[in-house]
Write a new protein. Structure first.
Length: 310
């Protein structure tokens, strides 16, 4: 007698990382169940009145879930235990809920909403920043200064020219709140690890003034002591680097079926690269930067010295 397929427990911390992470986890469950039964994506797709492509989207967490589809797939995969079925259906429905960033959607372009979901779902975040402290490591005051500079080139300028000051400060405050809220993924159990390489210029650019800059660097020193955060400084003495003039972020996911992504943010849009050639190039560049940069321990000393000089 064949044992009934059992669902793998989904870590409770996954839900705290947002609906994208939860969709990926649910999709991974569905894929494991399907493969355990030896059922092809085409057969599974036909069973739910769809196609193999639909099954692929469901298993990769790239689309929301319909309760009927989940119920039908569980039946096809031989999951009859009521408790198991209810558990996965509940998780799938929860994965359909808006992310925490939904209340800021009046401030967010669609391309950045997409990134926030992927960032929370990632297992590893590797980033190189040549100009500013990465958003996940910014203090509130530093973020406020960055937002203020960026806001000068936005709708706020046009409103100010029309004498419409009301509401500008509120929106700026919400943008800072969004940045600090985003950082909570670093404190969630099972959340992503962060590996950041910063050009030394980041430590010397007085964003927000001396006091703000000093506090920001001290925050970097503190964050660098956390076990899931690695910070390296690409010092001036290292000379030129392969990523000169460019900042980028690489996301890696726990599910082996999900390709790594390279995220390149621009002024009015962003690029998501996932071709084999692009990923190979950016991995090589990231690895070379990590070797070229100061070690995490030496970087911590360099950052502490920079803060002390301010």
């Amino acid at each position: 007698m064949t044992a009934e397929p059992r669902l793998i427990e989904v870590d409770s911390g996954v839900a705290e990382r947002g609906p994208t992470a939860l969709r990926i986890a649910v999709g991974g469950q569905l894929r494991k169940l399907r493969e355990a039964c030896g059922i092809t994506p085409q057969a599974a797709g036909e069973h739910i009145r769809g196609s193999a492509a639909k099954i692929s989207r469901l298993e990769l967490g790239r689309t929301g879930y319909k309760e009927r589809d989940i119920v039908d797939l569980l039946t096809l995969y031989g999951v009859t235990d009521p408790e198991q079925r209810t558990k996965l259906v509940d998780l799938a429905l929860k994965a359909n809920e808006p992310g925490w960033w939904h209340r800021y959607n009046d401030l967010l372009p669609q391309w950045f909403e997409t990134y926030l979901g992927l960032e929370g779902a990632a297992r590893t975040i590797r980033t190189f920043e040549g100009q500013l402290v990465p958003g996940l490591l910014q203090t509130a005051d530093y973020a406020s200064a960055v937002v203020a500079v960026g806001y000068e080139n936005s709708e706020a300028t046009r409103r100010r020219e029309r004498g419409q000051r009301q509401g500008i400060d509120v929106q700026a405050a919400r943008r800072v709140e969004l940045r600090t809220k985003r950082q909570e993924i670093l404190n969630v159990r099972g959340g992503p690890t962060l590996w950041a390489v910063l050009d030394e210029a980041v430590l010397h650019r007085p964003v927000g003034g001396t006091k703000v800059q000093r506090a920001q660097i001290e925050h970097l020193v503190e964050m660098s002591t956390k076990p899931h955060v690695t910070i390296q400084v690409l010092s001036y003495r290292s000379g030129g680097c392969a990523a000169a003039g460019s900042s980028f972020t690489m996301l890696r996911f726990a599910e082996r079926e999900l390709s790594d992504l390279v995220y390149l943010e621009q002024l009015t849009t962003a690029l998501y690269l996932d071709s084999r050639e692009d990923l190979h190039l950016y991995r090589e560049v990231m690895d070379r930067l990590a070797v070229q940069a100061e070690t995490p321990e030496d970087s911590r000393e360099l950052m502490a010295a920079a803060a002390a000089r301010l």
